[in-house]
Every structure is written in structure tokens, then in C-alpha cells.
Design a protein around this ligand. Sequence first.
Ligand SMILES: C[S@@+](CC[C@H](N)C(=O)[O-])C[C@H]1O[C@@H](n2cnc3c(N)ncnc32)[C@H](O)[C@@H]1O
Length: 221
Amino acid sequence: MDPVSHEESAERVPSHGVGPWPGGEQAWPPDERYDPELLRDGDRRNVVDRYRYWRHEAIVADLDDRRHPFHVAIENWQHDLNIGSVVRTANAFLAREVHIVGRRRWNRRGAMVTDRYQHVRHHPDASALATWATGAGLPVIGIDNLPGSVPLETYELPRQCVLVFGQESVGLTDEVREVADATLAIAQYGSTRSINAGAAAAIAMHAWVRQHGDIEAGHDL
Ligand SMILES: C[S@@+](CC[C@H](N)C(=O)[O-])C[C@H]1O[C@@H](n2cnc3c(N)ncnc32)[C@H](O)[C@@H]1O
């Protein structure tokens, strides 16, 4: 039986990565951030080049120094596969934290192990999320194309905020709508009532990046 867990193997993408550090142990960099095991065996994890051979904790610490002041939250009343994809995108766009509202167990498949690099906080319901957001001084911004939603495309997103997404079948619940400071819709032109929740989350996070992100830094990893 392969001792490598499903999650670990998902992080090690065989066709990617680097082999052992060239030149052997004598040539290893003296920096504490490097992981001797990875230097010896190679680094097959799904991480950007600047983090090659780094210890997991060193990567998280470096991300923590650079995280953006927006948070994302997703409702979890069913085991929606999109949650993993939202977590992965939150990692790519460097959201401060991911919040899961509802059931604690969530489907990690689409996350591709990115949740290991992300701070994930659980809330039993929308009112608990709202209480936490108020304490942290963060407006709650619902994302859904519901009656009364305003266009995301022309909305000035606060630098510090929580973007909340609904689930595939049910969408944003009334409870979240009630606590939201605004609810924003993404423009659509076709026949479908909505786009995939993971795709909507990516669009909304990228809207934040376009308004507040350091675009040059995001192209220089
Ligand atoms: C499949 S949609 C759910 C329901 C949708 N309100 C409907 O009437 O069919 C799941 C989630 O994806 C996001 N979403 C999908 N399309 C969107 C759009 N055009 N604008 C904003 N959010 C959207 C929202 O977060 C929503 O809660």
C-alpha cells in the first residue's frame, strides 16, 4: 500500500518540480527556510519557483507577510465540489483567510492541497460570520445575481472586506443576504441563470485584484 496520502500525492505533481539540489549537500544553501529533505530528494510540490525547496512553515510565514486584506467565505450546506476551487483561487490571489459557513466538513478535492497554505476559519452560520466580520471591522459583500444585486463591474470594492459566495444548487442564502452590506452580480449575456460558483469566485477575487492589487508583483513570482 502506498504510504503517501491522497492529499500529499495531489501536491506532488510528477511532471513538475525539480530534482535534488545540484552539487550535493556541500552546495546546499545555509538558509533556514530550506528543507534538507527536499534539497536531498527534490521538490515535486505544486508551488511557484520562489518557494522551491522551502519548508512548508516558511512558505506559509512568507505568504502571511504578503496576504491581501480581503477574505473569502463560502456557504457549505452540501458537499459542493466548488469549495475546493474557491480555496485554490483564494490561495492564488492571496486572500487573508477563507471562511467556511455551515458544515465543517468540506470537499477538498478541487483545492489541490492549497488549503495547507491557507488559513481556514469555520462559522456555524451567517450570523456567526457577521459577528466575526463586525468585530474585525470588515464589510460583508455577498456575491450573487439576485433581485436587488448591483453590478460588480462598476462597484468600488472596499480594500478590506469579506466576499461571500453561495452554493451551486441553492445560491446565497437569505441569512447571508440579510447580513451583507451589499450584494453584487456578475454581468451575464446567455441563457443560463448563473455561472459556476467557483468561476464566479475567481471573477470576484480578480475584480478585487484589478482595483487594489499590485499588478506588477502578481506577474513576478
Ligand atoms: C449556481 S449559483 C446559484 C444560484 C443563482 N442565484 C441562480 O439563480 O441560479 C451559485 C453561486 O455562484 C455565484 N454566482 C453564479 N453566477 C453568478 C453571477 N452571475 N453573479 C454573481 N454571483 C454568481 C454566487 O455566489 C452563487 O451563490
